[in-house]
Design a protein around this ligand. Structure first.
Ligand code: SAM
Length: 328
């Protein structure tokens, strides 16, 4: 999934840095991905550490992580994927509010895909309600649906706006594809909580922090994925059809520094490793000044090519701020 702030292309950099700091063998460590997003970082450590703790405040992200981190045993659902892909479409909430037709101008999905998304989402809920599937399989199907919807969304990248005309990819019929995940002998923990609260209740060895680094709220940018994940009914707001969304303190210039310091202060972890970008609302110096009093600090950096909103390639610097926390 093309997720804003995804660390997919930086996994090697993160892993190498961590091995350098903690040691090559992470087998006995508890690794926490407190702002998990798409889940790629936790997934990269899933089979290498004793336990991954994964968390994100957005529900669709929880669903992705509940599957790709939380599911550890084989799930046999080929027949369900076939059934779901063969469903007739139905005119449910997604079709009514997010597809173009006589009564609606929003066009996040083609009308046919909107109907199919409604039919698949309703059926997944029904399978679970009727106990045809367990919770693991429910999240497997739902995470797969979220990823498959994202592939045919008529957006530039996020759901803050839809395109004026259907783009090529959005005209293709949606196919529900299984979201891959790694099996593991270890059990992992996945949370859907505010990081500022969860931090007081967890402990481990490595705390990986990848907070939002600018003022754009994930709840606004990904509102439609939350709506498909929850599949509740509400009055969509304004031109974009947004739902009420969570406003993160980490996106607010005024609050970000103190919110991060709270995490650093409360962290019951030996190593803290925080990703932050040169475009971020806090400067590297501000982060260094905030972290240094809590232990031994250093920073490493790498150049990173990322895509902006208009899909142009830009270079930024990705920092990893590393703190070995002093026992207090
Ligand atoms: C930069 S993204 C993380 C990207 C992720 N590392 C990846 O590779 O996909 C930041 C994430 O922090 C989450 N977030 C924002 N505020 C939060 C909070 N207060 N508690 C937990 N998660 C939060 C957002 O929903 C978003 O998924």
């Amino acid at each position: 999934m093309n997720y804003i702030g995804s660390k997919k292309k930086l996994i090697n950099f993160i892993k190498e840095t961590l091995r350098d700091v903690v040691g090559a063998n992470l087998n006995d460590t508890v690794f926490c991905d407190l702002f998990a997003g798409s889940g790629v970082v936790g997934a990269a450590f899933k089979t290498e550490v004793a336990k991954v703790i994964s968390n994100d405040v957005e529900y669709f992200s929880y669903v992705l992580n509940r599957h790709c981190i939380g599911n550890t045993t084989p799930l046999y659902a080929e027949d369900l994927f076939e059934e779901l892909n063969a469903l007739e479409g139905t005119e449910g909430f997604v079709f009514q509010h997010y597809c173009k037709h006589r009564d609606n101008t929003r066009e996040y999905f083609s009308a046919d895909n909107g109907r199919k998304i409604d039919a698949m989402r309703q059926k997944i809920g029904q399978y679970y309600d009727e106990q045809r599937i367990d919770e693991n399989c429910f999240f497997y199907l739902l995470a797969s649906l979220i990823q498959s919807c994202d592939k045919v969304a008529n957006t530039a990248s996020v759901y803050g706006a839809y395109l004026k005309t259907l783009k090529h990819q959005a005209k293709k019929p949606i196919v529900l594809e299984p979201m891959p995940y790694e099996l593991s002998v270890q059990d992992h923990c996945v949370y859907h909580q505010n990081a500022s609260e969860l931090i007081t209740r967890i402990s481990g060895d490595i705390l990986y922090l990848d907070p939002p680094y600018n003022v754009r709220q994930y709840g606004a940018d990904y509102h439609l994925l939350n709506t498909i994940a929850h599949y509740d009914t509400f009055q969509p707001q304004g031109k974009t059809g947004r739902r009420d969304y969570y406003r993160s303190v980490f996106c607010k210039k005024r609050d970000a520094a103190s919110a991060l310091e709270h995490l650093v202060q409360k962290a019951a972890f030996r190593y803290l490793v925080m990703s932050y970008n040169s475009d971020g609302i806090l400067s590297s110096n501000e982060i260094e000044t905030m972290m240094k009093p809590y232990g031994t600090y250093r920073v490493v950096a790498t150049e990173h090519k990322c895509f902006g909103r208009k899909k142009e390639e830009r270079s930024t610097i990705e920092y990893l701020h590393i703190l070995e926390k002093r026992n207090s």
